[in-house]
Ligand binder design. Structure first.
Ligand code: COI
Length: 371
């Protein structure tokens, strides 16, 4: 039996009759206010993808036995839409988000779909809620594509019903610090992900286990925790970001380092963009760009020798966030920050990414105009 593919041409649109107030930029708190509309597409194993709907933002009514509530059949993406200088709405490398979402869906026994068809529907949401896309660098409309299993049964099995939906939230900076450098606490009493596990997939369940160590870190004044792995103290990632370090090597070259994608690390779109831009734009006589294992002890030792130059996190929500210090087992690793702001490379990479996101530079077709 053939089942229906996701088809953007079938989109049914019902506009709100009760438009919300658009908040001023200074009142935007990450993910707390939402736009007028949302998207939904139901799936059943029997028929495939149903009619996509764009309708006023609303609650769901789900049976308490629904499998998402019991076995975490849930995965999501984080994407952003930006307003360019001509007022057009743009998304950034959405093909990467679609690819990752389908990878997560396959791993979670949820249905996959045609990413380009889904993006065509998302474009319609962006046009319907266009007035919520804020203007200005650092401001955007955060999109949260989500896929849940909706079979109302307690048997532990692949869902035969699912719901793909998208909500959107106008946002400014992710951290309370605004765009200023953040402080991290290295966690080695718990592990975020294990080789062969699901750490490389964007499953909601991966984030649940992060909250307790993150709250512990917050009690001691840190914004996020830095996950370590194993006795050796391998650096993996931060709760909501991938992590990068810049070292000044003895031969005078600088090295940009991030841990490799070994299955325990989320393959971030901003991570990939940082590596691609660094490899294309930095002078290779002066820079080495490395995806290699590194430990907290290397970072500590090189900070003491004055070889640690910069550290920053990357993520869709966090964009490029400078790091000012990392506390590990009661000792602080200080990262040099210029006048309490980001270092030179951190600033440079933020600007390169920003100019593509806001449509000022065309680079490898990474920016897509919603139409
Ligand atoms: C993102 O950067 O979009 C994330 O998913 C991180 C977090 C807000 C869950």
């Amino acid at each position: 039996m053939t089942t229906a593919p996701l088809d953007s041409t079938k989109l049914v649109i019902e506009k709100t009759t009760n438009p919300k107030e658009v908040l001023p930029k200074e009142k935007l708190a990450f993910g707390k206010s939402f736009t007028d509309h949302m998207l939904e597409v139901e799936w059943t194993a029997q028929s495939g993808w149903g009619t996509p709907k764009l309708s006023p933002y609303h609650n769901f009514s789900l049976d308490p036995a629904t499998c998402v509530f019991h076995y975490s059949f849930e995965l999501f993406e984080g994407m952003k839409a930006y307003r360019d200088k001509d007022g057009k709405i743009r998304t950034f490398r959405s093909d990467k988000n679609m690819e990752r979402m389908n990878g997560s869906a396959a791993r979670a026994s949820l249905p996959t779909f045609d990413g380009e068809e889904f993006m065509k529907i998302i474009d319609k949401l962006l046009l319907a809620d266009e007035r919520f896309v804020p203007e200005g660098y650092g401001y955007s409309l955060y999109l949260r594509p989500t896929l849940i299993g909706t079979t109302p049964a307690l048997g532990v099995a692949a869902p035969d019903k699912a719901l793909l939906y998208v909500i959107a939230s106008p946002v400014g900076p992710y951290f309370a610090e605004g765009f200023k450098p953040v402080s991290l606490e290295a966690t080695d009493y718990a592990v975020r992900a294990w080789p062969g596990g699901v750490g490389a997939f964007k499953l909601g369940a991966n984030y649940v286990s992060c909250i307790q160590p993150q709250s512990e870190a917050a009690k001691r004044g840190h914004s996020q925790n830095l996950w370590l792995f194993g006795e050796e103290g391998y650096i993996t990632e931060v709760g909501a970001m991938n992590v990068f370090f810049v070292f000044q090597n003895a031969d005078g070259k600088k090295e940009l380092v991030t841990p490799p994608l070994d299955g325990t690390i989320l393959p971030g779109v901003t991570r990939d963009s940082t590596l691609t831009l660094a490899r294309e734009k930095l002078n290779s006589n002066e820079w080495i760009v490395s995806e290699r294992p590194l430990t907290i002890y290397e970072v500590k030792e090189r900070a003491l020798k004055g070889e640690l130059v910069e550290a920053f996190g990357t993520g869709t929500a966090a964009v490029v966030s400078p790091i000012k210090n990392i506390e590990h087992r009661g000792e602080a690793i200080e990262v040099p920050v210029e006048d309490g702001k980001a270092g030179a490379f951190t600033k440079q990479i933020s600007e390169w990414i920003r100019s593509i996101q806001y449509g000022e530079e065309d680079f490898k077709n990474w920016s897509r105009v919603a139409k």
